[in-house]
Design a protein. Sequence first.
Lengths: 453, 453
Amino acid sequence: MSFTNPIIEAGLSGLTDLFADRAVTPVEVFKSYQSRIDGLDGALGCYVAQDTAAAEQAAHESAERWARGAALSMIDGAPIAVKANIAVAGLPWHAGIGAFRDRIAEDDAPVVAQLRAAGAVILGLVNMHEGAFGALTDNPWFGRTQNPWKHGYSAGGSSGGSAAAVSAGLCAAALGSDTLGSVRIPSGFTGVFGHKPTQGLISTGDVIPMSWTLDHVGTHGRSADDCARLLAAACGAEAELASEIARPSPLESLIDAPMAVLRLDGFPCDDAQKAALAAAVAKARRLGFEVEEVALDGYDFQEAVRLGVIISGAESMADHAAMLAQNPDGFSAEFRRNMAFGGEQTAAVLAGAYRDLAGLAESARAALGAYQGLLLPTTPCAAYSFEAGQSPDVAFYTTLGNVVGLPATAFPMGLSGDELPLSVQALAWDDETSLGLARALAEPVGAPPNYRG
Amino acid sequence: MSFTNPIIEAGLSGLTDLFADRAVTPVEVFKSYQSRIDGLDGALGCYVAQDTAAAEQAAHESAERWARGAALSMIDGAPIAVKANIAVAGLPWHAGIGAFRDRIAEDDAPVVAQLRAAGAVILGLVNMHEGAFGALTDNPWFGRTQNPWKHGYSAGGSSGGSAAAVSAGLCAAALGSDTLGSVRIPSGFTGVFGHKPTQGLISTGDVIPMSWTLDHVGTHGRSADDCARLLAAACGAEAELASEIARPSPLESLIDAPMAVLRLDGFPCDDAQKAALAAAVAKARRLGFEVEEVALDGYDFQEAVRLGVIISGAESMADHAAMLAQNPDGFSAEFRRNMAFGGEQTAAVLAGAYRDLAGLAESARAALGAYQGLLLPTTPCAAYSFEAGQSPDVAFYTTLGNVVGLPATAFPMGLSGDELPLSVQALAWDDETSLGLARALAEPVGAPPNYRG
């Protein structure tokens, strides 16, 4: 990586050694991050709420634990950012929706409670696309999150603040949420790793839903290991599984079944992202993987997005029904239109959508059965400018992971000709494998040039 | 029981001994039942399709197996009726819907294939409320099924033909389906046992759905053992479980945790059904059970029915969408209205209905956690006349079983003052227990007077 400050360069996984070696303390780490937030975030637009006193207090407590050799976990003392749809006690809980901007969370969401129990320092809440319903993070109530690689360009979404904060070194790692791609898309746009776990692995309790049938909480990090460690802490209840995930598996253990790469004929994908996928496949073959092209004929990518958007709209509208009636102007016109596209269909259409999406999932799972994983683009293109606006096909490749409920990790694969990060996804049958593939195949892009210092 | 013909009196479970003792052969059994169908069903209106040649052939094959001591199961040679929404190869497959009356099933539904593999003789298809969407079985396309206890009265529904055929001795046992009570309601109205198994225990493959999220295939029999044996054969894939279910458990094994009885304050229930429930509770106490009254406060019975009807309407309409567009007049106006009540709500309302019904289920399961079972009425009243029409509250007590997915067995509890069967339900955490409670507590009512000879 390439942050000049070794504390920032350490990411999440590197902090453990620094703490254990007493090279730095969690308080120094907190202060380093907070100083970057104070200096850089005004222009970047990641954080929407902080309780710095509470964070500093948590850092002090962590320092005390490290000092007496009683760290709670491998993420004890690590400064973590949390997406604004996840409840953090004492901070606003609004999912980027104006109507909820003054609501304060009384309790931590279960996933936040897990992180605190592991000793994490919660830095604050980060920006997102309103209601998670989009991939631009140009929020009408909380402002734009810029792409650290190029201001004026989107960090993607809906977890745009989470990914940008990781990319720019404004947190060690971050929680996001992913309904049709909302962790992986912004991770791809900002050159970081984004992991959508197996459905249900991380609790979605007290996460304002976009779609309670498709929502997943996921992790953003500057390495696959960082994503894995945060995931392991976030699903703490499943301790054994967590240790599996956090312990990097040797590459050889992955090379025991053929891997698939998606055939892109006729699919939306620009040349740069095609080249990134080809580079990942070439690297996989060099490492000893057998890679076969598959078409997933029974899975209609376009239709899956359409059905996912209908379901998300209906569930979002059902979730927000009371507030929509009470304060419709607390939702932007765009967000209301997006919800209405699903929510105002007939009930029979929605019933058919659930049924048909389940059918597509079954087809996809059957077609993937012979493979240990699938490589496919994260998005059809690299980050778009705010001026150009969101690509209509942005969730074309990510929706698959939500529909089948399998883990998928977006990983960086170099830069485009205009210095924007490219990204590839690895989808697999278990979290350890998708993270392991990301670890083995990624071509990290380092820190965004203007954020290295 | 009280059929004068010992073959009919044997029900399903009694046939095994008759066959093993060579007292009768499956061919004689088939002919006895077919002769009753020929003589009695014109007025009763159970069967809507038969292939008597195929049934007789199956009976011959079974006879040959019994003769050489190679019976396939405890139901080998038993004549079984199948509800008209379940596919039987070569017979019409229409769910009582006019639009599908000329469609012939190419293959057996998985549940029918299981029964054939166990040696059952499929007698034919029996009548049902159109599309399973009601509890009257006054079918505009296939006619009325009379209640064997009193013609002019409904056999209930939607599996009215299944229950009436069992009650009148026109089959040894029958398959029905139950979305909001469609096995248990007609079983209660006709004085037989009706078992809705644990959700998923019997395949609903190739069963025309009323609601694919709430549908269950269930069994009707003249005893709890008959229901249990047919269930065991119908879920043949789970062989171990099947043998658990088919082996009557000793009463003592059930008396190890308190049982609950539903408090009826303010609920729709006439005096006769209240007395039937009280009699079941008194019998349970005499047998040594501790029985506590519970209110299930977190579960709103009325709201659960309303949500279940919305979901069923939406899923029925989605399932029939193509045929509704092509041949709307092949659906009665009443059935279209019932579907539209759910199907033409907004998608947001349906999404909320799924969510809210899941919430009610969670409440009910939590409230029942301390008990090994719950006794409650099957219906608020005994059978109604066709003239009076379906009671609006008919599914008030049965919907609970579908919502929580737990097994529930309706069992007869004597006769009302006007000689109509009364019925109580036992709901439990496993099929063996709900069937065992039904076995222990029932007050069988014998055969309907006009069908004994």
